[in-house]
Write a protein that binds this ligand. Structure first.
Ligand code: URA
Length: 433
């Protein structure tokens, strides 16, 4: 491809420039992204550039240019004047059902929440898949339908439409097959451009860290969180991040229908402590950033009131109805099989990614895009890191329609039992503001 870019530079010369560690200008990045979207820059050149970025990284200025060009490739939502528009984005974890609780909870606190979510791929579950456990629930809303629901109910959780950041959709497809997903500037531009397209006033990022997360170490997770916070703030969106623990599943349930049940427990003021704690912490960030509350303590008191009074649950029910679903028809959960401890001791570690993959292998998630999902399967964790267990005690329950001895032994093998006691990990590892 010999097409000339700014100052008559060819795409190959731009790739070489990045490969050699030089900075690309805004014009050069605009040339590449526009050409990639209109098809004049072919996939092989874009893949080569993604690989050069993967190895050389980008300066903040370049990441911002990439993000802005990706944003310009699609539409941007416009909102009626009114209460603040906010959203939360999670980098993905096992048992992470925070979005399902947080969107209606924030709406019950008077914020507008247009939550555009994704599907599960790899070990982490997808918010849309969990919601599709609800009979009739639609996640393919048009932009106008989505905006109408936000104005009426206060929140919506739906999938991205074709016209929201098409450059990211196309580039992510290439990164997925060229091993260039785990690059901090590429992730930052991808996630923040999609959030900017929602025209938010405030954004909170939940960057998961640990054995079930994309970012395995605290340092990597903090670096990603800082990069995304800088990018959001630079574009005028009040952006903060929490780095949260993913060394074990969040809550007890992993799967689709079972996670929806746990969501409803949390919306009834019950449910597991870690899910409630992380949800309240993320919600407090947004209430303060959106200037609905002046301190985190005031924000938390408001959130607790809206959760325990049933107000958030009411908004959730309204959202379900507005999106075509019905909670009257219960979600089926497959029969249970116990996973028992083979020895006594303390739970010291979990291979959370292996637990997520066990859910996928039960049929609860996708190995590749387009695979169908069985909403009724899953795993309930009966122990947490730090718990003492006796031989023969249940560690977990697996929900499946057939006998799954291989999965039962994989789940048992993913839960490490040792003689010495381990501390409960902190739910929140770091605040990035
Ligand atoms: N999720 C995204 O939306 N984009 C990335 O690049 C990685 C995870």
């Amino acid at each position: 491809m010999k097409r000339k870019g700014p100052h008559t530079v060819t795409p190959a010369e731009l790739i070489a420039k990045k490969r050699d560690g030089c900075e690309l200008s805004r014009d050069e990045i605009a040339f590449v992204i526009r050409g990639f979207v209109d098809g004049s820059i072919p996939d092989y050149q874009m893949s080569a550039l993604a690989m050069a970025i993967f190895f050389q990284g980008m300066q903040d200025e370049e990441t911002a240019s990439l993000m802005q060009e990706m944003l310009l490739s699609g539409v941007r939502l416009e909102w009626e004047p009114g209460s603040p528009i906010v959203d939360k984005h999670s980098t993905g974890g096992v048992g992470d059902k925070v979005s399902l609780v947080l969107a209606p909870l924030l709406a019950a606190c008077g914020l507008r929440v247009p939550m555009i979510s994704g599907r599960g791929l790899g070990a982490t579950g997808g918010t849309l898949d969990k919601l599709e456990s609800i009979s009739g629930f639609r996640t393919d809303l048009s932009i106008s339908a989505m905006q109408a629901i936000v104005e009426r109910v206060g929140c919506v959780i739906t999938g991205a439409t074709e016209d929201l950041v098409p450059a990211d959709r196309k580039l992510y497809g290439l990164r997925d097959v060229t091993a260039t997903v785990p690059s901090i500037p590429l992730i930052t531009a991808s996630i923040i451009s999609k959030k900017l397209a929602e025209s938010l006033d405030a954004l909170v990022l939940d960057v998961k860290c640990g054995s079930g997360a994309f970012m395995k170490t605290r340092d990597q997770a903090v670096e990603l969180a800082q990069s995304m916070v800088r990018a959001g703030q630079r574009m005028g969106v009040r952006t903060t991040a929490l780095v949260t623990d993913m060394n074990q599943p969040l809550g007890r349930m992993c799967g689709n229908a079972v996670e929806l049940d746990e969501t409803l427990d949390c919306l009834a003021g019950e449910g597991p402590d870690d899910l409630r704690y992380v949800t309240l912490a993320l919600g407090s960030e947004l209430l303060v950033s959106a200037q609905r509350c002046t301190t985190p303590a005031e924000a938390e008191a408001l959130l607790v009131d809206r959760l325990d009074s049933g107000a958030a649950r009411e908004v959730f029910e309204q959202m379900v109805v507005a999106q075509g679903g019905s909670l009257k028809v219960g979600c089926r959960v497959a029969p249970e099989q116990a996973v028992l401890a083979e020895k006594s001791g303390f739970v010291t570690k979990m291979n959370t990614e292996a637990l997520g993959m066990a859910v996928i292998d039960l049929g609860g998630g996708r190995r590749k895009m387009g695979d169908s999902v069985n909403h009724s399967v899953g795993i309930e964790m009966r122990v947490k890191i730090g718990d003492e267990v006796s031989a023969g005690e249940p560690l977990a329950r697996v929900f499946a329609d057939r006998k799954v001895p291989a999965i039962i032994s994989r789940v048992a093998g993913a839960i490490m039992i040792e003689d010495t006691h381990a501390e409960w990990p902190d739910f929140i590892v770091e605040y990035v503001r």
